[in-house]
Design a protein around this ligand. Structure first.
Ligand code: GLU
Length: 434
């Protein structure tokens, strides 16, 4: 058979920008590190995907069918790991791209886990609590055959949280006849969650910013200190953005702007983040917060800052607005917030990017701790969790910087190289079956 005839792809994976960006990042890393093309060929596509219909009865009595997905990208290093996203843009291709990023993220930070992702194409803000519960439970049943504590372990992502994980854990456990807490992570503490998990992604973002500041000061590229002289903007005020903003605020930085898709707030002297959190908790929007002036999302992206933390959704910094972005450090709290071409422009301009697979890895690292604690039925203090999180991220940051210096490349490519390198070695050792 000729080379082309058997490697033709129908392109089912390839439709979402996020997937195309993930593959382009992989190929950039592969070319830079001179990766065996046979390994790159295998990593460009997921191992398997399950597409499910999720019918539920809405509160008005009608039945509606939602599209659901679970994609397992690579499970060489261990069970699949990755969140469940509830968002109107979820698709098979986007989920596959996010699963691919999970593979590199888990590998990069040294976890014994593969990469997976799931999602339902739904606007969660339109669901009642009962509808959200029905959707989560039916989805869990539909993907039941491919998840499990030693197969594939879901967690929260955009649009889901501990409540959804408790419903998933309960549904899976009801079907088995006994409690199986290890099937999901990001659970509430009462049903086997880990202390520190809810804050871990945002806290990890801030740990990586601390490392970036140290690195830039050491190399003489910037002179920055995390105190009142540091100007910070944050996009998104959910599980990641709010905690990242709070942790920067606690360290004395001036968080001057926070915005999300509904609008944002600005205060030159710095926003009072605990007050903003109380406001957001009550109103579910930043708009109208009395401790600052109104600011649109686009205005926030153009604000001159030391550190920008895009922590909402993918594809927010693009060729169309990158020219206006004026930040010394961009910490990718979200997965894929900067498109590849925009990212190249930023790196050329000297912006220091903390790539998503490193920057937001705190979440999956503490998910791993939760899974380990659950399997041993032995739980750690929050202090222990956070110390271990810091240790894993210290190591990972140092490894990425070492790859950056070895290959003289940007942080994004360096992070991918670190992720792919470990995986490559494991894939070569395991070989190709049959
Ligand atoms: N959804 C998070 C991520 O994108 C966490 C995944 C997990 O904990 O498994 O990394």
């Amino acid at each position: 058979m000729s080379m082309t005839s058997h490697s033709l792809s129908s392109g089912i994976w390839n439709t979402a920008d996020l997937y195309q960006n993930a593959v382009a990042q992989l190929m950039e890393a592969a070319n830079t590190m001179k990766l065996d093309p046979n390994i790159a060929e295998r990593l460009k596509v997921p191992k398997r995907a399950l597409v499910v219909s999720v019918p539920i009865r809405l509160d008005d009595g009608t039945i509606k069918v939602f599209e659901g997905f679970r994609v397992q990208h690579n499970m060489t290093l261990g069970p699949g790991k990755g969140g469940i996203r509830f968002h109107p843009e979820v698709s098979l291709s986007e989920t596959a791209g996010l699963a691919m990023l999970m593979t590199f993220k888990c590998s990069l930070v040294g976890l014994p886990l593969g990469g997976a992702k799931g999602g339902i194409r739904v606007d969660p803000t339109q669901l009642s609590r009962a509808e959200a519960q029905a959707l989560t439970r039916r989805y869990t049943t539909e993907i039941n055959m491919i998840i499990g504590p030693d197969k594939d372990i879901p967690a929260p992502d955009v649009g889901t949280d501990g409540r959804h994980m408790a419903w998933m854990m309960d549904t899976f456990s009801q079907e088995r006849g006994f409690a199986v807490p290890g099937v999901v992570t990001g659970k509430p503490i009462e049903v086997g969650g880990s202390l520190g998990r809810a804050e871990s992604t945002g806290l990890g973002v801030v740990f990586t910013i601390e490392h970036a500041v140290k690195y830039l000061n050491k190399t003489g590229k910037q002179k920055l200190t995390i105190d009142n002289s540091m100007i910070v903007s944050v996009q998104g005020f959910g599980k990641v953005g709010s905690i990242a903003a709070l942790e920067m605020w606690k360290r004395g930085a001036r968080v001057v702007a926070v915005a999300d898709y509904l609008g944002g707030v600005y205060n030159k002297a710095g926003l009072n983040i605990p007050e903003l959190m109380k406001w957001f908790e009550a109103k579910r929007t930043l708009v109208g917060f009395p401790g600052g002036d109104a600011m649109s999302n686009e205005e926030m992206l153009a604000l001159p800052v030391d550190v920008m933390i895009p922590a909402a959704i993918d594809g927010v910094i693009t060729d169309a607005n990158v020219g206006k972005v004026n930040a010394k450090i961009i910490a990718e709290g979200a997965n894929g917030p900067i498109t590849n071409t925009a990212l190249n422009q930023l790196e050329e301009r000297g912006t220091f990017i903390i790539p998503d697979v490193l920057c937001n890895a705190g979440g999956v690292i503490v998910s791993y701790f939760e899974w380990v604690q659950g399997l041993q039925n032995f739980f750690w203090s929050e202090k222990e969790v956070n110390e271990k999180l810091a240790e894993v991220l210290d190591n990972a940051f140092a490894k990425v910087v070492a790859q950056k210096e070895k290959y003289n490349c940007g942080m994004k490519t360096a992070a991918l190289i670190q992720g792919v390198d470990r995986l490559n070695k494991a894939m070569l050792l395991r070989g190709l079956f049959p």
